[in-house]
Write a protein that binds this ligand. Structure first.
Ligand code: CP3
Length: 363
């Protein structure tokens, strides 16, 4: 890893190691994206996945928020998408302007699932562009902040692969886990195997920290989460370090898990050895989450991104509440939203939000 410039801001990494820090590190889910005028400028008529697969563009888009909010943001996250794993499993995924992801051939029959199970996935070939983008970005960041690699949680990816896009009822994914639970688990296992290799190889390429986005966790009951999500998240936590060793990497790479909506699983997620951080959405009162965590991991979150539509007074009040409720932020705490930015957000309001996080986090 020594071919890269030395890291100048290791606040996030120190926090994830459980150290006491001078203020909580800050970053924002979907900090690169359509709320940034400079993103829209690069995007123009370009296709989303073509941008992901073009290392120079992915690098530029990753760095844009770090450049704009210089000194206020403590991590970069590689510009890509969770749906590149279904692509690595042989599925076609398109991003339709103004609508979101679309799979022309979603998994609907046993034969459809069988085809994925038999697919010989090799991320070093199909996702080679991702590793190039990470290496280039790590170089270009000049050690300014650490770089996140990421992937989707197995259950969330199963949802997209079965539904073929966004969903309200989750009919096909729920049909699979309830009608053919054993087949569902084989699919989750296949996704997990690819996810483990993909995460480890992102580290090999230059990622310094990892996040797993189980964005549809909350669509599962607590009982189903324990069967169809948690065991696979647990495998990711346990197997990524082993895979890294196989690749000759001995560094301890922290992993954060974000199971949106799965409030019932917080205790069990904090208990998983191998996750250094657990990201929580805004349904938690931070005081209660801190009490559940008992200092086992760094908690990340959790303000409702909607706060950005509020006045400066409202933003300041809610940031102060959040930072105080997470114990002042000097330990086991990473500032983030409870979910991603919206395309309609005002960049200067986000700046004010970050400034307030620094103000109260340093107090
Ligand atoms: O700054 C960053 O966070 C880095 C890049 C990133 C993107 N997607 C870029 C993106 C990351 C980490 C993701 C993760 C992702 N992708 C998740 C997990 C996080 C979450 O929001 O729960 C999910 C569920 C996806 C799938 C996905 N990608 C959807 C549902 C959509 C359409 C909705 C939307 O926001 O447009 C995308 C598209 C997408 N991914 C965009 C970006 C910047 C918008 C593309 C565009 O129209 O320009």
């Amino acid at each position: 890893m020594s071919q890269f410039p030395p890291l100048k801001n290791d606040l996030l990494l120190r926090t994830l190691r459980g150290e006491t820090v001078e203020r909580p590190p800050c970053w924002i889910m979907r900090q690169a994206g359509r709320y940034l005028p400079e993103y829209k400028e690069v995007k123009g008529d370009r296709d989303f996945f073509t941008m992901c697969r073009t290392p120079e563009i992915a690098c530029e888009l990753t760095i844009q928020p770090v450049r704009r909010y210089k000194g206020l943001i403590d991590a970069a996250i590689i510009f890509s998408d969770i749906l590149v794993i279904p692509q690595a499993l042989g599925m076609t995924v398109e991003m339709i302007e103004g609508q979101g992801p679309h799979f022309p051939h979603p998994l609907r029959t046993t034969e459809d699932v069988q085809r994925v199970l038999e697919y010989d996935a090799d991320v070093t070939v199909s996702l080679a562009w991702a590793f190039e983008a990470i290496a280039l970005t790590r170089q270009k960041l000049q050690g300014e902040v650490p770089l996140f690699g990421f992937c989707g949680g197995p259950w969330t990816l199963l949802v997209y692969m079965c539904e073929g896009g966004g969903s309200r009822l989750f009919r096909f994914a729920k049909q699979l886990i309830n009608e053919k639970p054993e087949l569902a688990k084989l699919l989750l296992q296949k996704i997990t195997d690819v996810a483990v290799d993909f995460l480890a190889r992102q580290v090999q390429a230059g990622a310094q920290v990892l996040q797993v986005f189980e964005s549809w966790g909350g669509e599962l009951s607590a009982m189903d989460f324990d069967e169809f999500s948690l065991p696979f998240l647990q495998q990711i936590a346990q197997r990524v370090p082993l895979r890294l060793k196989e690749l000759g990497i001995t560094d301890d790479i922290p992993i954060i898990v974000f199971a949106k909506g799965s409030w019932y699983a917080l205790d069990r997620l904090c208990a998983i050895e191998g996750f250094a951080g657990v990201s929580i959405d805004w349904s938690w009162d931070p005081h209660a989450a801190v009490a559940v965590n008992q200092g086992r991991v760094a908690l990340q979150g959790n303000i409702d991104p909607g706060v950005i539509y509020g006045s400066d007074e409202v933003i300041e009040k809610k940031v102060k509440f959040m930072v105080d409720a997470f114990g002042g932020g000097k330990r086991n705490y990473i500032v983030n939203f409870g979910h991603g930015t919206h395309p309609f957000m005002d960049t200067e309001k986000i700046r004010f939000f970050l400034e307030m996080c620094h103000k109260y986090g340093s107090a």
